[in-house]
Design a binder for this molecule. Structure first.
Ligand code: SF4
Ligand code: SF4
Ligand code: FES
Length: 248
């Protein structure tokens, strides 16, 4: 974000009324964005509320549909001591919500050569030794907007159960909110990604279907389709994407 709110730029359409909280008009709620009060539609997501308040989000937004993890947000609610976490694009505003969107949680990404690793606890120790600082407080699981059992996958990592980590962390969107709250300063999602890579490389049975498809790709079977896609305009691409066959 940039300007007033991290990756948010100030705009002109802000119905800003700083100062004391007042009863908002029907279908509108008060929210505090970086400490400043705005009146926004009650059914808006946090991301839409930020934009409604007149800001342009230039960092901290990607898919806008809960997949990319770019829009981690922390907030508090009136009369509630808890610091809540959520994704700005999927969490709805509430009356009196006080929020800050976190465009990126700084953390170091380990560099490793997957071909030189083994899918066991020695790799976890070598690549992310910080994992073993876990004090089993479960703060990470409570912070996860995906509802993942984050502590359980970190505990599995400490046991060297790489496949279990990969399984439990499968739906992680790498928002970093767990790492932000962890008192032991562990980078949970990075551990999850490492486990998923190890599992894919060493532990999963070979997929015959994947091997067959790779062979087709190598034989240039899809080249004409790729070329068609590369010159397609945005509207046609979008239509093609949303009209595609999807598994239920
Ligand atoms: S927040 Fe950190 S220390 Fe607490 S359970 Fe999760 S990984 Fe362990
Ligand atoms: S495990 Fe951590 S990084 Fe992944 S979605 Fe949950 S809170 Fe975000
Ligand atoms: S913008 Fe991608 S998860 Fe929110």
């Amino acid at each position: 974000m940039n300007g007033e709110v991290g990756a948010v730029k100030s705009g002109e359409r802000a119905p800003q009324q700083g100062g004391k909280r007042q009863r908002p008009q029907a279908n509108m709620v008060n929210v505090y964005i970086m400490g400043k009060r705005h009146v926004v539609p009650e059914h808006a997501t946090i991301m839409r509320a930020i934009e409604y308040a007149g800001h342009q989000i230039i960092r901290g937004a990607g898919c806008r549909e809960g997949f990319c993890g770019a829009c981690g947000t922390i907030y508090r609610l009136p009369g509630d001591y808890k610091l809540h976490t959520g994704l700005a694009c999927t969490t709805l505003v509430q009356e009196g919500m006080s929020l800050t969107q976190i465009p990126a949680v700084p953390m170091e990404k380990a560099i490793y050569d997957l071909e030189k690793l083994t899918p066991d606890v020695r790799t976890i120790e070598a690549v992310y030794p910080v994992t073993f600082r876990c004090v089993a407080c479960n703060t990470c699981s409570k912070a996860c907007p995906q509802g993942l059992p984050v502590m359980d996958y970190i505990q599995a990592a400490m046991r060297g159960d790489v496949a279990k980590v990969a399984d439990l962390a499968f739906d992680c969107v790498a928002c970093g909110l767990c790492a932000l709250r962890c008192p032991a300063e562990i980078v949970q999602h990075k551990v999850g990604i490492l486990a998923k890579r190890l599992t894919g490389r060493y532990l999963h049975k070979e997929s015959k279907e994947l091997a067959a498809r790779l062979k087709e790709v190598a034989s240039n079977k899809f080249d004409a389709e790729y070329e068609e896609l590369m010159v397609m305009d945005k509207t046609s691409l979008s239509k093609l994407y949303y009209d595609r066959d999807m598994e239920p």
